[in-house]
Ligand binder design. Structure first.
Ligand SMILES: [Fe+2]
Length: 246
């Protein structure tokens, strides 16, 4: 025989399940917001356009992955960041990197959302710019000198960066950063955490969330990271290094 407490619990659980199913059905019935929907109308943060065509990085990174990654995943981070800051219009006037640089200054209510959604927005914005059609090769100039001084050689840097990317358990990123003492370093971050929240300047990054590679590479993350090296825009990364040093 069911007690009144058990009956109440059953009713609550059934209502919650119904609400979840309704929410899912509603969400599925809605068109997923694309770049235009996420940009502008829904809040202060906007989805930047991809700086090249979806298929520009073929055959290394496929067009469908790029389209879903940018138009759905990145767009969702922007939309969710806008939702998070809706109650705090003064935060919408700042750049996302400024929010991330001082997470402790964020209202507690939205600190985790800014960390995750703001991190997702900032990290992806950087990531798109770090790749280009016919990229790859290796850096030149000051960045090459810096890499050789810190890691011994470019291949040694590539090995260490790849290890960080493959060693990140679960979702996350691998980074080449410049620390406050202007030393180069390689580190992974989990989820959407960004080195700028640790007062480090990101120079190069690779997204190792499965959404970045699963369609083409499935569980073969090493192949994806090797492919990423074929599309890196070293001119962009070198320019960031120069600016970070100055
Ligand atoms: Fe991603």
């Amino acid at each position: 025989m069911m007690t009144s407490r058990q009956a109440l619990k059953t009713t609550v659980l059934a209502s919650a399940a119904l609400a979840t199913a309704t929410t899912l059905r509603t969400a599925l019935a809605q068109p997923t917001p694309g770049p235009t929907a996420a940009a502008g109308a829904t809040g202060p943060f906007t989805l930047p356009p991809l700086p090249y065509a979806f298929d520009a990085l073929e055959p290394h990174i496929d067009a469908l992955t790029m389209q879903i990654h940018h138009d759905k995943h990145h767009a969702a981070y922007v939309a969710n960041l806008n939702k998070a800051v809706a109650e705090f219009p003064e935060l919408g006037k700042k750049r996302v990197e400024d929010l991330l640089r001082d997470l402790n200054a964020m209202p507690e209510k939205i600190r985790t959302a800014v960390r995750n959604q703001g991190g997702g927005h900032y990290n992806h914005t950087l990531f798109w710019q770090m790749m280009k059609k016919d990229g790859g090769g290796q850096p030149s100039g000051e960045l090459l000198k810096g890499v050789e001084k810190r890691f011994g050689s470019f291949p040694a840097f590539k090995d260490e960066f790849t290890k960080a990317a493959l060693g990140q358990f679960g979702s996350g990123w691998a980074w080449l950063v410049l620390d406050p003492d202007k030393h180069l370093g390689i580190e992974p971050t989990p989820n959407q955490d960004s080195p700028i929240s640790q007062n480090k300047q990101p120079l190069l990054t690779v997204d190792v969330w499965e959404h970045a590679y699963y369609l083409k590479y499935q569980n073969r993350r090493p192949e994806y990271v090797a492919a990423f090296f074929q599309v890196i825009d070293w001119d962009f990364v070198s320019e960031r290094y120069k600016q970070a040093l100055s």
